[in-house]
Ligand binder design. Structure first.
Ligand SMILES: Cc1cc2nc3c(=O)[nH]c(=O)nc-3n(C[C@H](O)[C@H](O)[C@H](O)COP(=O)(O)O)c2cc1C
Length: 447
């Protein structure tokens, strides 16, 4: 199986199955010296953990993150950072009756077609459990983003046909559905409970907002910021669509309605736009406005209701799934979506740093080149003067070497060098070379 590696500068490899002993991840490309707040990693995992409330699966997992490499005295060493999370509450027997059944809406059929084998216990790599590793990696990435003041918030915007109309970010962690609208949250919770009690499930929309994203992230052709964000978010199980800014509504707008008009903000001395219909990206590159994206999350496939299906031998059967499942995935997708966005932004920040540090070096190098050119011109002028002196000395019968002048000049040069904080060695050697060269020019002229 390939495709377990994500990112190009900040690369994350995840591994493990929902019903194996561990799941885990390795981060490659992390800079040394980054202080890792292990409690923050754990807090993020707790937000995704099953069993947090009655509107998510009752599977009990502690999701304890064990950092087993790449860290010394709380800081990264720059070597691969590996985090393991132990699976504790597997009940593989819950799944034994599913071994030969094609589960509607599940990955079992396509895995079987592709690999000829499928770990039917809890969905294996296709299980929502896999996303714990993304959250842990995202929590590490967010510690890098914190240095840049970049903040990521996701919230449940819609469940079924209930839409949050307020966006009060403080509300998100105050209700189990993670809506930014306290009133809508209550209705959403009721709707999820009803669906669960009817043996059914519900889908919804999660919105992700990034504050303080600097302008300039994203590569303008294949690695556009929005293309990478879309891939990151669509790679989460059960996410079926992605939009940025006004997204699909753009199809029914005119250019004059869609365009975000620029202005110069005199308070923070920055260019800004009066609206943000583009969602913070132009030409695949962040424009300094908030990034705003939404993803549609399908209703989970594992439902209490009986479903007609077939076995892998084509025999018709009625499926009663059993096991412990989420009646709605949105509340748990919120921290996963934030983590995936954090991974993309960290990756693009590192790529951008390579460009700007290259640009800085190029800039300083071109200044040095100018100085070196001026030095050459001065040396050429000095050579012309030396020839003039040689002609005068020849005419007046004076000797080439004037020891007193040379030693006085050396003292004067070294004093000057000290004032300018120039190395004594450099000036002594340079002066000796210039004098030797001057003597040889004068000797040649005397012939
Ligand atoms: C956090 C999380 C929890 C999930 N829990 C369940 C679940 O309890 N039952 C279920 O059928 N699918 C669940 N899923 C969805 C499956 O992982 C996913 O739908 C399935 O692998 C099929 O993939 P697809 O919907 O992307 O085609 C969950 C996904 C996430 C991200």
């Amino acid at each position: 199986m390939s495709g377990n590696l994500f990112g190009s500068a900040f690369r994350v490899m995840t591994f493990g199955e929902s019903h194996g002993p561990y799941i885990g991840l390795v981060i490659d490309g992390i800079r040394p010296g980054l202080e890792i707040d292990a409690e923050f990693v754990q807090e993020q995992l707790n937000r995704r953990r099953p069993g947090q409330s009655d509107i998510v699966t009752t599977r009990k997992e502690e999701d304890r993150a064990e950092i087993i490499s790449g860290i010394f005295e709380g800081r990264t060493t720059g070597t691969p950072l590996c985090i393991l999370i132990r699976n504790q509450d597997q009940r593989s027997r819950d799944y034994s009756h599913l071994q030969h059944i094609l589960r509607p809406g599940h990955a079992s059929f396509t895995f079987l077609k592709k690999y000829g084998v499928f770990d039917f216990r809890g969905g294996g790599r296709a299980s929502g459990r896999e996303t714990a590793t993304r959250v842990a990696a995202g929590a590490v990435a967010r510690q890098l983003l914190k240095d840049k003041n970049i903040e990521i918030f996701a919230h449940t915007k819609q469940i079924g046909d209930i839409i949050a109309t307020e966006t009060d970010l403080k509300q998100i962690e105050r209700n189990p559905v993670r809506a930014a609208d306290a009133k809508a949250a209550e209705e959403m919770i009721r709707a999820i409970r009803n669906a669960r009690d009817e043996g059914d499930s519900l889908g919804g929309i999660v919105e992700i907002i990034v504050k303080n994203c600097p302008a300039g992230l994203g590569e303008p052709v294949f690695d556009k910021l929005e293309a990478d964000l879309a891939k990151a978010l669509l790679s989460i199980g059960a996410v079926k669509s992605f939009e940025m800014g006004n997204g699909f509504d753009a199809a029914v707008m005119k250019g004059s309605e869609f365009n975000d008009l620029f202005y110069y903000n005199r308070e923070n001395l920055k260019f800004s736009t009066r609206t943000n219909r583009a969602g913070g990206v132009l030409g695949g590159i962040s424009n300094g406005e908030d990034l705003v994206m939404r993803i549609a999350v399908k209703p989970p496939s594992s439902i209490g209701k009986s479903q007609k299906t077939v076995t892998d031998e084509g025999k018709e059967v009625v499926l009663d799934i059993g096991g412990r499942h989420d009646p709605c995935i949105c509340p748990r997708v919120v921290p996963v979506a934030e983590a995936m966005v954090a991974l993309v932004l960290t990756d693009h920040l590192l790529m951008q740093e390579r460009i700007t540090s290259g640009a800085k070096l190029q800039n300083v190098r071109s200044q040095i080149d100018t100085i070196d050119g001026q030095l050459m011109l001065l040396l050429a002028q000095r050579q012309i003067m030396t020839r003039k002196i040689a002609a005068i000395k020849k005419q007046e019968g004076l000797s080439i070497v004037d020891e007193k002048r040379e030693s006085d000049k050396k003292v004067q040069m070294l004093r000057f060098a000290e004032e300018l904080e120039l190395s004594e060695d450099l000036i002594t050697n340079l002066f000796d070379i210039i004098l030797r060269h001057s003597h040889s020019i004068q000797k040649d002229s005397m012939l």
